[in-house]
Design a protein around this ligand. Structure first.
Ligand code: GLC
Length: 540
């Protein structure tokens, strides 16, 4: 069995993953929407200019795009907007040629309502695919079978006039939930994993992983009296309930074990990987998704840095708590942004975002970066009439469009993203001043900070795999830790405040990287002065 207990580290442990939202990365056809050829054209940027190790592609499968690809109508093909299977194969080959791994997004909890499975399922009550989805009778008064809510607003049940039953949809009504308790559904979806493994993908990001198994009795969720939110962002009506029955039933562990068995079977020559979208803030519970025998997900995504207050002690607590809870042999990971979250620069401010980048790329665990964060792209303000995200259209204030705008490559039309008359979301107005080409020429730019951090990390075994040792005697505005192996000792000192701070070193050191990128290779005897919002990497 291949798992993380073995002594050698795998690519998904030592490497840095970079998320691409294909619609917004590079449009090679001039239709205003990014595509797979666009990604192929930028592999050189990813592997050489930036220096990441793996890319995760958000969905590129056939889809009516009700939720921009998270509503899949064919799990084993490529949407013509993005290319075709041959182009995908080329992407994998070209990525591998450059030493880049390819992770794809798999959406097993729900399909599109246009998927042939659902079209059949809704056609009649006795269709063989009827029980591939969750169809239930109304209550005697005609209301839905239970009180479950859709994440995107309103009830999670949609009435189907034609067959006189409700079906379950945890998200849009165009995204009916598959019934994972039906063995035929499970087998069909496991075949989807095999299909992409056979095409050479290195791993999967499993969408909404913790919803695959729900309460078999489908009980009402209790009401949320405490006001505690489901996640770090207020989700309106959805937060009125405690989500114990519509998410996270323990039977999920059996499913993850089966997925892992497949991945392990494919891992002999090419180590494969899985990361699940798991929103769980109690680390004891979160850690269960690695599996008791480390035989489930290679990693449950750890979103806790998105959730924490941004100050030195809160962030240290998150890391220390995770380090305490994570099972022996399981591998941590951290995230500061993705296609569902407000951009980190807007949350943290431009200078703290640089400190955050240093944090993410120096903690013990796999970092997942989000495209555009390397440029310091802020959250874009999209006028109401241009909103695309169905969540944002349904619930004011919850649009995710602001973090999905086109990648800014240069100061040409549409930031070099596309030659179309208009793009699917508008390019941010700051693109002329904030783009890859321009930042490459600015020695202290955000892009050059990421390049420097990634290059340093790729040469440092201590950062990739070393122990994590936090330091106690430091100013309260600072978070300082060592990363060390028996041969290399690194100290990371991060100032979370807008005042300077003094940190006493445990030993003489050499400054390697500062977030201001204005000095390096300085010997320091005892004390470092951190400027406001400065982070430093030192070699001890
Ligand atoms: C996940 C995705 C999100 C999508 C939702 C429904 O949370 O990250 O973008 O809208 O699933 O598939």
């Amino acid at each position: 069995m291949v798992n993380s207990l073995q002594n050698t580290f795998q690519w998904w442990q030592t490497g840095v993953i970079y998320q691409i939202y294909p619609r917004s990365y590079r449009d090679s056809t001039g239709n205003g929407v990014g595509d797979l050829q666009g990604v192929i054209n930028k592999l050189e940027y990813l592997s050489n200019t930036l220096g990441v190790d793996a890319l995760w592609l958000s969905p590129f499968f056939p889809s009516p795009m009700a939720d921009f690809g998270y509503d899949v109508s064919n799990y084993v093909d490529v949407h013509p907007l993005f290319g075709d299977l041959d182009m995908f194969d080329r992407l994998v080959t070209e990525a591998h040629r450059r030493g880049l791994k390819v992770i794809i997004d798999i959406v097993p909890n729900h399909s599109s309502d246009q998927h042939p499975w659902f079209v059949e399922s809704r056609s009649s009550r006795d269709n063989p695919k009827r029980d591939w989805y969750v169809w239930r009778d109304a209550k005697p008064d005609g209301s839905p079978p239970n009180n479950w809510l859709s994440v995107f607003g309103g009830p999670a049940w949609e009435w189907d006039e034609h067959t006189g039953q409700y079906y379950l949809h945890s998200f849009l009504k165009e995204q009916p939930d598959l019934d994972w308790r039906n063995p035929a559904v499970k087998e069909a979806m496991l075949d989807v994993f095999r299909f992409w493994l056979d095409r050479g993908v290195d791993g999967f990001r499993i969408d909404v992983a913790q919803r695959l198994m729900k309460d078999p009795l489908e009980r009402d969720n209790p009401m949320n009296e405490s006001g505690k939110m489901f996640s770090h962002k207020a989700m309106g009506e959805y937060d009125s309930q405690i989500h114990i029955y519509d998410v996270t039933h323990e039977d999920i562990h059996g499913v993850f074990q089966e997925i892992r068995e497949i991945l392990d079977a494919y891992s002999e020559k090419q180590p494969r990987y899985s990361v699940g979208e798991i929103h769980e803030y109690d680390f004891e519970k979160w850690a269960l998704y690695y599996g008791k025998e480390l035989d489930e997900l290679h990693m449950p995504f750890n979103f806790s840095l998105l959730d924490a207050a941004w100050d030195a002690s809160a962030i240290r607590n998150v890391v220390d708590d995770l380090e305490a809870a994570i099972p022996d042999g399981a591998w941590p990971n951290y995230v500061l942004g993705n296609h569902d979250e407000q951009r980190m620069v807007t949350r943290l401010g431009a200078l703290q975002a640089r400190v955050a980048a240093m944090l993410l790329l120096t903690l013990r665990g796999t970092p997942t970066l989000y495209y555009g964060d390397e440029l310091g792209m802020p959250e874009s303000v999209i006028p109401d009439e241009l909103l695309q995200d169905p969540w944002g259209i349904a619930v004011p204030g919850l649009s995710r469009d602001g973090c999905r705008t086109p990648m800014q490559w240069n100061d040409q039309v549409h930031a070099g993203f596309s030659t179309a008359g208009s793009t699917w979301l508008p390019v941010q107005p700051d693109y002329a001043a904030r783009n890859v080409a321009g930042q490459l020429g600015e020695p202290t730019s955000s892009l050059n900070l990421y390049r420097t951090l990634l290059a340093f990390r790729s040469e440092s075994t201590a950062l990739q795999t070393g122990r994590y040792v936090p330091l106690d005697k430091v100013p309260s505005s600072c978070y300082v830790y060592k990363r060390e192996t028996d041969r290399e000792r690194i100290l990371v000192a991060l100032n979370f405040s807008d005042e300077s701070a003094e940190v006493t070193l445990p030993a003489p050191a050499t400054l390697k990287v500062t977030t201001y990128l204005d000095k390096s290779d300085l010997s320091i005897d005892k004390v470092i002065q951190l400027r406001p919002h400065e982070g430093m990497i030192l070699s001890l």
